[in-house]
Design a protein around this ligand. Structure first.
Ligand SMILES: *[C@@H]1O[C@H](CO)[C@@H](O)[C@H](O)[C@H]1NC(C)=O
Ligand SMILES: [Zn+2]
Length: 446
């Protein structure tokens, strides 16, 4: 064939072929460019797992596909409560008889009000200075993906083989108490069979360059106190009205709250080391079409409090205080304490993980961070509450840790974000931690 026989039609076909080829090539290139740790994180953030309608199935299917793309990992889905799926990813160690390592994160997040955000809370927009805006970027989808990215790097870049088995759990419902999530998981036979020796769960951002670590949570109680009394005309002075009885209690409780707060203000204790008692609602009065009946003293009055106990507080002492001083029957008071989760472990001890020589995992964890060039702040009690309490209840040493330094604490806030560089640094930190923990060859009798 000589060039003279190339018709215009052939030329057009050739052109078409090249342009198609070029397009495909460009597309592949674009796809490859888009599949990196940051875009994988953004894609996870774009799945709306906010309450009250968290899309657990999409989140689990995404994480499962990530695990499959890494390879060498097994996945299992459990449902300890209907419509509350839990994903477990497992990387088998060379000695599966040794107690395993569990890395936990929750799938859900609190709701977001889009109108108060500069970018839509589920778009995961990355600003020019690297901030990735999304509900869940700090709490706690970062760690959920960082665990996987660290394992990806350990496998693909370092050809690392774990001695101990490593599990990652993705649990539902943490933000609404974890009762159908981590609580049921921790109490299950499936959990016992994992033979977990040490566990990491979420922590909180640090505003300076030291990583924070948490060895305990505070236990939340919902306290409702209620007063009853004779109703009476609004003009009448008489003893023991419901409102008077309730207000006396509020006074006593306010004084207690002030004393606890003073310890914090004086720098003697951290916020998370005292008992907090915060009023959250008051309910009284006789409704009228225009508001409340004003010339009538009601026969019932009620108030609700959010109470948080550090692990060092004595729950029996507080129960007695409530019965004797905050809602005494002698003042026609009733009360109801609803304990939102355990307060003591199965051996009767406080729910905390030792951060000294008595816990051999502590040194491994601490060294792993130092080895990766990180600095660790003094271990703290978390002011709020996480799923970790259910695992500590089972006697499993558990630390709360989210590797975010130089980051404002924005969990549950508008415009929650995490910087790309902080996220990527966190992956390196986890490579060191997971590598060290899974190579740890002692406490085999745990
Ligand atoms: C280690 O810490 C635990 C819990 O905080 C404490 O009870 C124990 O006495 C400490 N042990 C040592 C050896 O310091
Ligand atoms: Zn969280």
């Amino acid at each position: 064939m000589n060039t003279a026989t190339l018709s215009a039609g052939t030329l057009a076909l050739l052109l078409l072929f090249f342009s198609l080829f070029f397009q495909t090539f460009q597309q592949t290139d674009k796809l490859q460019e888009e599949d990196n740790p940051i875009t994988r994180f953004q894609n996870y953030l774009r799945i709306n797992t906010a309450h009250p309608t968290p899309d657990y199935l999409s989140a689990i299917s995404y994480l499962k596909s990530q695990a499959q793309s890494i390879g060498n990992l097994q996945t299992q889905i459990f449902e300890f409560a209907p419509l509350k799926p839990l994903l477990l990813i497992t990387w088998k160690g060379s000695n599966p008889t040794l107690p395993s390592i569990l890395l936990n994160s929750h799938l859900d997040s609190v709701p977001a009000e889009p109108s108060k955000w500069i970018h839509s809370p589920f778009s995961a927009v990355r600003s020019s200075d690297g901030k990735i805006y999304a509900r869940g970027s700090q709490d706690d989808k970062c760690i959920g993906m960082q665990y996987l990215e660290a394992i990806r790097n350990l496998q693909l870049k370092q050809d690392f083989q774990p001695l101990r088995t490593i599990h990652i759990s993705y649990v539902p419902d943490e933000e609404i108490g974890g009762f159908d999530g981590a609580a049921k998981f921790a109490a299950s036979k499936e959990f016992r069979d994992l033979n977990v020796g040490f566990m990491l769960d979420e922590g909180q951002a640090s505003v300076n360059d030291e990583f924070r670590v948490f060895y305990a949570d505070r236990s939340p109680w919902h306290l409702i106190i209620k007063a009853v009394g004779m109703p009476g005309h609004g003009s009448k002075l008489f003893d023991n009205s419901a409102m008077e009885n309730l207000m006396k209690s509020v006074e006593v409780m306010s004084r207690f709250r002030e004393n606890q707060f003073d310890l914090v203000k004086a720098g003697l204790k951290a916020n998370s080391e005292v008992i907090s008692v915060n009023p959250v609602y008051m309910k009284a009065g006789t409704p009228s079409p225009t508001g409340f009946v004003m010339n009538m003293q009601p026969s019932e009055a009620e108030a609700g409090f959010d109470v948080r106990l550090p692990p060092t507080a004595d729950p029996d002492l507080l129960r007695r205080k409530i019965a004797d001083e905050w809602a005494p029957a002698t003042r026609n008071m009733m009360y109801q304490i609803s304990e939102r989760g355990p307060i003591r472990d199965n051996m009767g001890g406080p729910l905390m993980t030792a951060t000294n020589g008595s816990n051999p995992w502590w040194a491994v964890f601490e060294n792993a961070i130092t080895t990766a060039g990180g600095k660790l702040a003094k271990p703290e009690i978390l002011a709020s509450t996480t799923d970790a309490r259910y695992m500590r209840q089972m006697g499993i040493p558990t630390l709360g840790f989210s590797p975010m330094t130089n980051t404002p604490i924005l969990l549950h806030d508008h415009n929650e974000f995490l910087k790309d560089s902080v996220y990527l640094r966190g992956i390196e930190i986890y490579e060191s931690i997971i590598g060290s923990l899974s190579s740890f060859n002692e406490v085999s009798t745990f």
